[in-house]
Design a protein around this ligand. Structure first.
Ligand code: ZN
Length: 302
């Protein structure tokens, strides 16, 4: 038995996991943002609900562990940001601690219990507040030692001439410090910036996708450009990794027609010719971070 957590900026979700089929969530608690002792106390309170001492504690975090310094980069939780988190938690809890990025936990969940079951190479995609991803091959997370593997959303890679007829797309500034990232152009906020650039309309991503679904011309133009911007970099990801399934999570993955449009555009651009969808909605719709953290911890202890 292990105890797992999905550490978000506002809430900590915990669960006691006996097996992949038996993951028992406990009530969520607010994340103590500025107080590490209070943060540890939240974890302790969940661990104390388990009948025995767990074999390990496994965490999904909304950030990364720097693979060189081992320090956590979690900008929205100051009390763990910059900390040697694994070491500090192992000392505080007296248990082995495993930590993975939330996109990595998402792909672990999909590979183990979701749309990726039966596939050797699973690339999980997050399309929502940010654009991220993770890679599982033969059941193993490629990022198991922390780091940035699978982060296809960053780098100056967004095309600057797209659409039919072609239109010029600016290299939007990204939070990572670079310009022209897919994260800056194809996240939910990126889609809004793209729509404002193309149509001078100010709409939320939900309104744009909604209007596209109704066949509205401006929204259709924006989504056409959006899908094309995503499709090139995703085709590269598939040609490089050999992924045969790419489950999509995040807010924008709720619109199945949008996922189908991306799938169609990507399959036109890759070398292997699939006769089935490869970019598909994720199946672990509820608590993928928690499920992924559970599977990670259970696999490490088996
Ligand atoms: Zn970036």
């Amino acid at each position: 038995m292990i105890v797992c957590f999905d550490i978000g900026g506002t809430t900590i979700k915990g669960a006691i996991a006996y097996s992949p089929e038996d993951i028992r969530p406990v009530p969520r608690q607010p994340t103590p943002g500025d107080d590490f002792e209070a943060f540890v106390d939240v974890l302790r309170s969940v661990i104390s609900e388990a009948e025995d001492a767990p074999l390990c504690v496994s965490l999904s975090i909304c950030g990364v562990i720097d693979p060189d310094t081992r320090r956590a980069i979690v900008a929205n939780i100051p009390c763990i940001h910059g900390r040697l988190l694994q070491q500090d938690l192992e000392t505080a809890l007296g248990l082995p601690v495993l930590i993975a990025n939330d996109a990595d936990c998402f792909v672990i969940a999909e590979a183990g219990l979701g749309a990726g079951r039966g596939h050797r190479v699973v690339f999980g995609i997050i399309l929502g507040t940010g654009v991220g991803g993770g890679l599982v091959i033969d059941g193993k997370l490629i990022n198991s030692d922390g780091g940035f593997a699978g982060e296809w959303g960053h780098g100056p890679i967004a095309a600057t001439e797209v659409g039919d007829p072609p239109v010029s797309i600016p290299r939007f500034q990204c939070g990572c410090g670079q310009k022209g990232c897919i994260d800056a152009t194809c996240s939910a906020r990126g889609l809004e910036k793209l729509h404002a650039h193309l149509t001078s309309e100010s709409s939320t991503s939900e309104m744009i996708v909604d209007a596209w679904g109704k066949g509205e011309a401006n929204a259709s133009r924006t989504i056409g450009v959006y899908v094309e911007l995503l499709a090139g970099p995703l085709a590269l990801v598939i040609n490089m990794t050999g992924a045969t399934i790419l489950p999509v999570g995040g807010g924008l993955s709720n619109v199945s027609a949008l996922i189908a449009a991306i799938d169609k555009a990507v399959r036109q651009r890759i070398l292997r010719k699939f006769q089935r969808p490869i970019i598909v909605p994720a199946q672990c719709r509820i608590e993928p971070g928690l499920i992924g953290a559970a599977l990670l911890g259970l696999a490490a202890m088996s």
